[in-house]
Design a binder for this molecule. Structure first.
Ligand SMILES: [Zn+2]
Length: 336
């Protein structure tokens, strides 16, 4: 075990939410703590506060996910910008109650709340060789007023931030990246604790570049001394100041976008079908409609051709007589 040359604790804490303005991150710089681990496989002991009413058992999983998230962001960063030796960093996680390691590099425990921090990381600084010995992290489960409990997303964010300290990062200067995302390593937590819509934050390219600088000894043997403290580490040309989103999160985001697009296409298709059906129905109805009633033509009045009343037999006879008289009349006239 190394003996600390300067037995003074350095405390790096993440304070409570201060809603920061989303201005472009003009100052992309971050100091380093001046220490790194001298081995690439780092052991982590998580100590859940099991049985405490203020402790959510899922917080243990959140811390594990936070560590994994760093690994995934490193993969994305090194795919784009090199420094692939960073992938040699490995983490072995132990959870008290399930498994145990005697001398973990990083010990993570929980407290109910603290008036001054939501997460705090302590280590001896600096040692003679600028290598970490042991690091302890405490994570609060409630805000400073002990009224709002952290969500799983909050816990994952805070654990990611503190793990950045445990790897050797100090606080980034800018609260936001150039692509307008919250800087994970900024000194204040940029979201309201307990917010139902809080989102998982990602390490920035600045954080990962600083990590690549701290662990530049990884390609070969560890140097005699670790990296001295760097007060202002900035990104080199060619690396934009942005977040490094893990591929799994990118796929989830793309899938959500595609699903939303599919939903819009489906709604549009349904709308087109409904409109088409309405048009067809209107066309059918129009084809079956009766022609308009034309006015009845007015014809000239014709004489009635209806037969007259039927005569009685006597009348018929009289009529014959009359007819006979008429027929004989000329002759009579002649005879007369
Ligand atoms: Zn911090």
């Amino acid at each position: 075990m190394k003996t600390p040359a300067f037995p003074a604790f350095t405390v790096l804490l993440l304070s409570f939410s201060m809603l920061v303005p989303h201005a472009a991150g003009a100052t992309a710089s971050i100091p380093t703590e001046g220490e790194s681990w001298d081995h690439s496989t780092i052991t982590i002991q998580i100590m859940p506060a099991s049985g405490q009413y203020w402790f959510n058992p899922s917080f243990t999983t959140d811390v594990s996910k936070a560590v994994q998230r760093w690994t995934e962001s490193i993969i994305v960063f090194t795919d784009s910008y090199g420094f692939r030796y960073l992938r040699q960093l490995r983490y072995t996680i132990y959870v008290t109650g399930f498994n145990q390691t005697l001398n973990p590099d990083i010990s993570i425990s929980f407290v109910q709340s603290d008036p001054s921090f939501v997460g705090v990381t302590k280590f001896v600084y600096p040692t003679a060789d600028n290598y970490f010995q042991t690091v302890t992290t405490q994570l609060a489960t409630f805000d400073s007023s002990n009224t709002r409990q952290l969500t799983d997303v909050d816990m994952e964010n805070v654990a990611m931030h503190e793990f950045g300290h445990a790897l050797g990062l100090d606080h980034a200067v800018s609260p936001v990246t150039s692509d307008n995302f919250l800087e994970l390593m900024f000194k204040d937590y940029g979201q309201a604790i307990g917010g139902p819509n809080n989102f998982v934050q990602e390490p920035s390219t600045l954080d990962l570049y600083a990590l690549a600088t701290i662990y530049s000894w990884l390609p070969g043997n560890a140097p005699a001394t670790g990296l001295p403290r760097t007060l202002s580490l900035t990104l080199p040309p060619g690396i934009p100041y942005s977040v490094s989103v893990p591929y799994s999160a990118q796929i989830t985001s793309y899938k959500a976008t595609v699903d939303q697009l599919n939903l819009r296409v489906l709604v549009l298709a349904i709308l087109v079908i409904v409109l088409f059906a309405c048009a067809v129905a209107l066309a059918i109805r129009s084809s079956r409609r009766k022609p308009p009633t034309l006015p009845t033509p007015q014809y000239p009045t014709q004489p009635s051709i209806e037969p007259g009343p039927v005569n009685t037999l006597a009348e018929l006879h009289r009529s014959s007589d009359i007819r006979l008289c008429i027929s004989l009349s000329p002759m009579s006239a002649i005879a007369w």
